[in-house]
Design a protein around this ligand. Structure first.
Ligand code: MLT
Length: 255
């Protein structure tokens, strides 16, 4: 299989992504927030490219079964129900809801990949599920880092490098890498040892700490802490059936 890493969505044309298999990475914080929301029972996540689109899509459904979530400059958008801290997407807040979701970089990358043959959203919190999915597909994949304002960002590149390493370490696979994949793997090897330290030192990590979201950084670097893989179904992100978490009530009943 061929693995091509792109450090920013600007490096790849939307038309090129049609019929391709894509992993979108936005470690701080969209990949994490979406995984948490779906794990906590959100019906679906509808990524949109602008606040205007979010308002249009939610229309008069807004409020009961539909929520608006996302951020600008890391903070909640005026008129939205939720910001982009994973902590806000509790089971109580999101179970059964459709979430129209708009963020600065993450949803821009997801919207760009909306016509992909297959698309999953990965971060450190669900990295093994993402790697397993790629292995099961056994096809070429584009790994697209959401980046920051269409530029390189450290945490996404290192997450991409970790995915590349995990696939290359599987002797049953023959993996061809583009130069960015080789570079991402090398980055993971050199500065991916302490993910929390790396994320806190990144540009966006520093910004999140300045605006009071230091805890989110710890959440976003916890490897395999959220067993949920967001998968593109049509033009929305849903959780694969076998990972659906029963509601707290159902779990109590079963015990
Ligand atoms: C992004 O789109 O880059 C993130 O959502 C930013 C954030 O959560 O602060």
């Amino acid at each position: 299989m061929k693995l091509d890493v792109f450090f920013s969505p600007s490096q790849v044309d939307e038309m090129l992504l049609r019929e391709k298999n894509v992993v979108v990475i936005d470690v701080l914080r969209s990949s994490t927030t979406i995984a948490v929301a779906l794990r906590n029972g959100a019906r679906e996540i509808i990524p949109v490219g602008s606040v205007e689109s979010a308002v249009k899509v939610s229309g008069n459904l807004f409020g009961d079964v539909v929520l608006r979530g996302g951020e600008r400059n890391g903070k909640i958008i005026t008129g939205f129900n939720l910001g982009n801290s994973p902590k806000e997407y509790t089971e109580e807040a999101v179970r059964g809801k459709s979430i129209i979701y708009c963020t600065t970089n993450g949803t821009a990358a997801m919207v760009k990949a909306r016509y992909a043959q297959k698309m999953v959203v990965a971060g450190f919190v669900n990295i093994s599920l993402a790697v397993q999915y790629i292995k099961e597909c056994r096809e070429d994949f584009f790994i697209i880092c959401a980046g920051k304002q269409q530029l390189f960002c450290l945490e996404d590149a290192i997450c991409a490098g970790m995915i590349v390493k995990m696939l290359c370490d599987d002797d049953s696979l023959y993996v061809e890498l583009n130069d960015s994949a080789v570079a991402a793997r090398a980055l993971h090897k050199t500065i991916g040892r302490n993910l929390l330290k790396m994320a806190r030192s990144s540009e966006h990590g520093k910004h999140l700490m300045e605006i009071g979201f230091e805890d989110d950084i710890k959440t976003c670097v916890k490897i395999d802490s959220i067993p949920a893989l967001p998968l593109l179904v049509g033009n929305v992100l849903k959780l694969k059936k076998d990972e659906q978490k029963p509601s707290a009530a159902a779990e109590t009943k079963a015990s």
